[in-house]
Design a protein around this ligand. Sequence first.
Ligand code: FE2
Ligand code: FE2
Length: 345
Amino acid sequence: MRELLYTYRMANVKIEKLSSSVEEEEERGETSESKSFSLAHLSDPHLTSLADIKFPQLLNKRILGYLSWLRKRRFVHRREIIDSLVEDLHITRPDHIAVTGDLTHLGLPMEYIEVGQWLNSLGSPEQVTVIPGNHEAYWGRNWFKKCSMWEPYLQSDTHLNLSRTAKFFPSLRIRGEIALIGLCSARPSPPLLATGSLGKEQLAGLETLLQQTGRQGLLRVVLIHHPPLSGIVKRRKCLTDSQLFIDILERCGAELVLHGHAHVATVNSMQTATGTIPVIGVPSASELNPRSGHCAKYNIYQLKRTATGWEMMMKVRGYSASRKCFVPEQEVMLEIPLVDDSGAE
Ligand SMILES: [Fe+2]
Ligand SMILES: [Fe+2]
């Protein structure tokens, strides 16, 4: 099921130049007529501060999370990197930004408020799509009510009039020829676990949206916090109903799956009856951890329709501790081999 099928064409990008500069676009022959859609993907910023937390807020699983923040997380998820990230996104100016969860540490109301203010600094709800991660659902059955604070960034396009019983998810936002399908895998889990699940109702909604947007010929980007493929995170952090998700994508297809949660960069793929789907994870957008070697990154996908389908160029931008800003690191062209009717590669 899980194989690396991509042919990488690595290019060492000159860090003196911005990847979105006019000169580079002209070098690539990218005129305004053939201009692609640029989608930035960032995840796991864990951007909130717990400095003003009150003791009664910690009388549950949160005490463990707070101790982890006190000992480690507040030192590796850095505010200056978050500020630098926003600056960089204002320079690179992608057409849209997808944030795949874990914006908080403990999912407290004060963190939801802080994140709401940060989202406003990042961009308008028209430009930014958010899905929750397991840290938003850290504790309590009613965690989802707090998500209403971010409603403009979570909800489907209102003009689509999607009918469903579950609020928000799966969400559908259409920008040009791109269909952004947002999922919520966040669920409260027992202490020391960070599992997630989608549930039958949401999966049924996903299947419907994939079929509808597939018939419309849109490029379908599925956003999910937990990695849907096995082997990327440990069992205690996994998506428990991942096989049901995979079954649906095998039946309906999709063009791109983006996730977070693992805090490392991964590029995998799923082989389906309708083609090969890239499954891409980004590291935390705020982390600088000399001990683990983790360093903040985010991706920009240049998506362009071609005569035979879609072209996808992945541009990786990473935080440079010496320059104190994000810089271009590499460009990867994803060449997706076609699958014949027999299913053979
Ligand atoms: Fe995370
Ligand atoms: Fe997570």
